[in-house]
Write a protein that binds this ligand. Structure first.
Ligand code: SF4
Length: 437
């Protein structure tokens, strides 16, 4: 398991939604611990609804889809009063904690608190009036709600005194091409947190998003050295699903691998359910969350491929995504080159060749089927294996036998062509006699 940085632990949610813990790990004697020793909580996956919050039924449906995909926390925009009013109807219908994303109008934060929201996000770039911030802090403190302070690059640099601050702060982080911006974000954060500290409010999560992945890495690392609050990681305005996913994963993955980050949002212009799926996959890949459901391994294919592997993998994924709940490893491999190696590490595996597939369960060969039957047989073996795991009759990761690769000439690979070309002696094999296991 990768090491994680220790922070104050912040809790979000209630008895109905369940309480989601963010960060942790400080000893009881630490001034920010609240006198309680906490363990570092697993990294939390968040996303944000894409539709209007005041469209209650759609908003509820969207949140429930996100929760079903694995989102731990969902954020909603509340630009208008009708949005905060809608929260009263939305919150009782969803099973995850809800964060109200507030910009410009501090009253929206107060209304959201009244409506029963579980956390507030404030932007120092557009709500900076001390009395207004104090009003939000007091309302949250009274209800025991945390506040995320999100200093986005995009809103911070709009300040009227940008040029003056740029000159003032230029001396910090000298040599960093965006050093002044980093200094500006940190200075703003420090000024803002002073307001919270004066009110003795410490249930704070910090974010400092930018659209520049490399800058995100630098600024979050700098903030992690200065503040012992949990960090919400994200690359903002990251782009399309394709580019945005890469930008987010490179920044978040780098930070998480260095122990920085307690909650994440992968962000791009697409269905937010994909953001949740990609966020979970990132955490699973780094071993930061226990995988739920299938871990699908597939080869990228190459000139040796002899079955339609892309279609097969997608079909397998679509079905197993919904049906498999245990962290079962399934390998779908195109040929004998890497097939046996990957199959050996998997609970259920197939490797293909000559328009057939050899299927293994726990290292034991259970079938040799024509291409048209691979999908159904593989799915059946996965379902059967899951049933045995759930019944306590089989264990994930256990191997009954070591996989012995088939003879590449006789059983798989390009043997048929070679035989046809008279390059090797024809002889009956499992494949040539069509045994289906
Ligand atoms: S498993 Fe075979 S087909 Fe797939 S990439 Fe590797 S060599 Fe190519």
């Amino acid at each position: 398991m990768l090491p994680r940085r220790s922070t104050r632990q912040v809790c979000i949610g209630d008895a109905r939604t369940g309480v989601v813990r963010i960060g942790g790990g400080l000893p009881a004697q630490h001034p920010l611990s609240g006198g309680v020793e906490t363990a570092v909580a697993p990294v939390v996956v968040q996303t944000m609804t894409a539709g209007y919050t005041h469209d209650v039924d759609r908003c509820v449906a969207e949140i429930n889809r996100m929760a079903a995909a694995g989102a731990d926390v969902v954020r909603v925009a509340v630009p208008e009063k009708k949005d905060t009013e809608a929260l009263r109807h939305i919150i009782p219908q969803v099973g995850v904690p809800i964060v109200a994303d507030v910009h410009f109008h501090f009253q929206r934060a107060l209304e959201a608190v009244e409506a029963g929201v579980h956390k507030i996000r404030l932007n120092p770039g557009n709500i900076s009036d001390r009395d207004q911030v104090n009003a939000v802090i007091d309302a949250c403190k009274e209800r025991g709600l945390p506040i995320r302070v999100g200093v986005n690059e995009g809103s911070i640099i709009e300040r009227k005194d940008k040029q003056k601050r740029k000159e003032e702060l230029g001396k910090f982080f000298a040599g960093h091409k965006q050093g002044h911006l980093m200094a500006l974000m940190i200075a703003k954060l420090e000024e803002y947190l002073d307001i919270f500290h004066e009110r003795e409010f410490f249930d704070i999560v910090i974010s400092a998003k930018s659209m520049d992945a490399a800058f995100c890495i630098d600024v979050y690392k700098e903030i992690s050295r200065r503040f012992e609050y949990p960090l919400h990681l994200g690359v903002t305005h990251a782009g399309t699903k394709e580019s945005g996913c890469i930008r987010s994963v490179v920044a978040l993955g780098s930070l998480l691998s260095q122990g920085v980050g307690d909650t994440i949002r992968i962000s791009y212009a697409s269905d937010p359910v994909h953001e949740v799926e990609d966020g979970l996959e990132l955490l699973w890949s780094l071993g930061l969350r226990e995988r739920k459901g299938v871990d699908l391994i597939a080869c990228p294919t190459c000139g040796r491929i002899q079955v339609d592997l892309f279609t097969l993998v997608q079909d397998v994924r679509k079905v197993l995504k919904d049906e498999i709940t245990v962290p079962m490893k399934v390998a779908v491999m195109g040929c004998i080159v890497n097939g046996p190696g990957e199959a050996e590490g998997a609970d259920v595996a197939v490797f293909a060749g000559d328009r057939r597939g050899i299927i293994y369960v726990q290292g034991e060969r259970v079938a040799n089927v024509p291409e048209g039957e691979i999908l159904e047989r593989l799915l059946a073996e996965c379902r059967g294996f899951q049933a045995r795991v759930l019944a306590g009759e089989a264990k994930l990761g256990d191997k009954k036998v070591e996989i012995v690769p088939p003879d590449p000439i006789g059983e798989l690979g390009s043997g048929f062509e070679k035989i046809a070309a008279g390059q090797v002696e024809a002889r009956p094999t499992d494949l040539t006699v069509g045994r289906t296991g």
